[in-house]
Design a protein around this ligand. Structure first.
Ligand code: 1HN
Length: 351
């Protein structure tokens, strides 16, 4: 690999003329744009502790009425990517949203894909595409692109959830916009998706011949996922990841176009090195505590903490408890990378 010419190698009047014509030479930037072997990454391995965040989120509840916020959210900004850019990773936006009893976050739809993972409280709900979805801790709720969604709270005490969106991607494409509308009519029975499809491996017979609905299941209760993880843990050798992917039950593939979701169980005392992947990710602790090594950075995590994982990072996770399991929810951009034909798993790194 020979060194390429720099901008300083060129006569100043030539560069000035190029710039005046809105042009630039590629070669001084080629190696930076296309490094050899591994991408250059600005994303930092970062942890956001919920114990730091929660008081400020509650304070937002006092400072800003919901009518002045529509969505009362504190955004988790990766310091390596510039705080103003509101990116946890280059493709993933993460926020913590607070809704107080009786409040309404009004109906809208937009081009970015979104999901919620419930962090605390009960009595919150989201209406998505005419289906009312209860929100209990750890539940995953999808708001796919173009589906109407609004939130409410019928309980007591604060309800907090984590929002994950592909906003950096859609905004970067200059394709991000929303549409508002009055509140939806609830036109589906409660628990419609999970009632039809939640048994796993069986689907309503008619659905085999009906046109595909792109998003047949919108709520994945944590209770079910946790029980399935515990089942899988019993038949998974030590050191191998106990990890479940959330899929569209009618296709068996990822449930949203760009972002993927999974859940990991760290068994008591377990230390786990994940295969290195080309996708960036965000880890959120549903239950338990422990420590993570992400590209050499040592991070301690407790319940409801959230961590950013750069693309191509080495990740080792250790459960802090020798008696209880720790459970992590994972968001990544692997579905997008698969569609682009650039997704890679570097399993040879695993010893
Ligand atoms: C959004 O629609 C929600 O519906 C939350 O709760 C956070 C961040 C950026 C853009 C849209 C919601 C959002 C968002």
């Amino acid at each position: 690999m020979s060194a390429l010419g720099t901008i300083e190698d060129l006569p100043k009047e030539y560069v000035d003329d190029l710039v005046a014509q809105n042009t630039l030479p590629l070669w001084p930037s080629l190696r930076a744009m296309l490094p050899h072997g591994i991408p250059s990454r600005k994303t930092q391995a970062t942890v956001w502790h919920y114990s730091d965040l929660r008081p400020n989120l509650m304070r937002a509840g006092e400072l800003t009425p919901i009518e002045k916020a529509e969505r009362r959210v504190l955004v988790l900004c990766n310091p390596g990517l510039g705080l103003d850019n509101m990116k946890a990773t280059p493709t993933i936006y993460i926020g913590m949203q607070l809704i107080l009893p009786g409040e309404v976050a009004p109906n809208h739809k937009h081009t970015p894909s979104a999901v919620r993972v419930v962090v605390e409280g009960s009595g919150g709900f989201t209406v998505v595409g005419g289906e009312k979805l209860p929100m209990e801790k750890g539940d995953l709720i999808l708001t796919p692109p173009g589906l109407w969604h609004e939130h409410g709270h019928e309980g007591t005490g604060p309800v907090v959830w984590m929002d994950a969106l592909d906003l950096p991607l859609v905004y970067g494409m200059e394709a991000s916009f929303s549409t508002e509308s009055p509140s939806q009519t609830i036109d589906k029975p409660s628990e419609y998706g999970i009632t039809r499809l939640g048994l796993g491996g069986v689907v309503p017979y008619d659905s085999l011949d009906a046109p595909r609905v792109p998003y047949p299941m919108l709520r994945f209760p944590w209770k079910t996922v946790r029980a399935n993880l515990r089942g899988l843990a019993g038949v998974t050798p030590k050191g191998k990841p106990v990890q479940l992917a959330y899929v569209n039950p009618e296709t068996g593939r990822e449930c949203l176009p760009t972002l993927g979701f999974s859940a990991i169980q760290l068994r008591p005392g377990e230390e786990l090195t994940l295969p290195r992947r080309s996708a960036s990710a965000v880890l959120h602790v549903v239950e338990g505590f422990g420590s993570a090594q992400i590209d050499g950075a040592g991070l301690k995590f407790g319940e409801s903490d959230t961590m950013a994982v750069p693309t191509h990072a080495r990740v080792t996770l250790a459960n802090g408890s020798s008696t209880n399991s720790t459970y992590l929810f994972v968001v990544d951009d692997a579905p997008l990378q698969r569609k682009m034909g650039i997704y890679q798993v570097f399993s040879e790194d695993i010893k």
